[in-house]
Design a protein around this ligand. Structure first.
Ligand SMILES: [Zn+2]
Length: 128
């Protein structure tokens, strides 16, 4: 994966979730469609943060399962996770690197906007 294209809806969902979760981190899953080396992110669905702390996130497994089922019904794929940084740039933290889901594209929404990462490489993120 080298590039992610965000729908207006997904972008709004990410920014809103970050705002609403302050000062904690919000997290969830990216739903979309892959084509070749790119993916279009149609939705950024929020999943309850089981960790609940300001410094890290952990997706609630039941919420994750519900999103997987909903994605299938809409013919969308679960592309990877996203989470917010309440007061840090959208760069993976040491904890993110230790616990992340690195083989999948990740989005982080932080103080400098929305950025994408996979295996510690930054992905190109564009809008529709
Ligand atoms: Zn993080």
């Amino acid at each position: 994966m080298s590039a992610l294209r965000l729908s207006d809806r997904a972008r709004a969902e990410l920014l809103r979730a970050r705002e609403r979760a302050q000062p904690a981190e919000a997290c969830g899953l990216l739903l979309g469609v892959r084509s070749g080396d790119e993916a279009r992110v149609v939705r950024a669905v929020r999943v309850r943060n089981r960790a609940g702390g300001a410094q890290r996130f952990s997706l609630c497994p039941q919420g994750w399962m519900r999103v997987e089922l909903a994605a299938r019904q809409q013919n969308l794929e679960v592309l990877g996770p996203w989470h917010s940084h309440p007061d840090q740039p959208a760069v993976p933290s040491a904890l993110d690197l230790a616990h992340g889901w690195h083989e999948r594209p990740n989005l982080i929404v932080g103080t400098d906007g929305i950025r994408g990462w996979q295996e510690q490489r930054e992905l190109s993120v564009s809008s529709d």
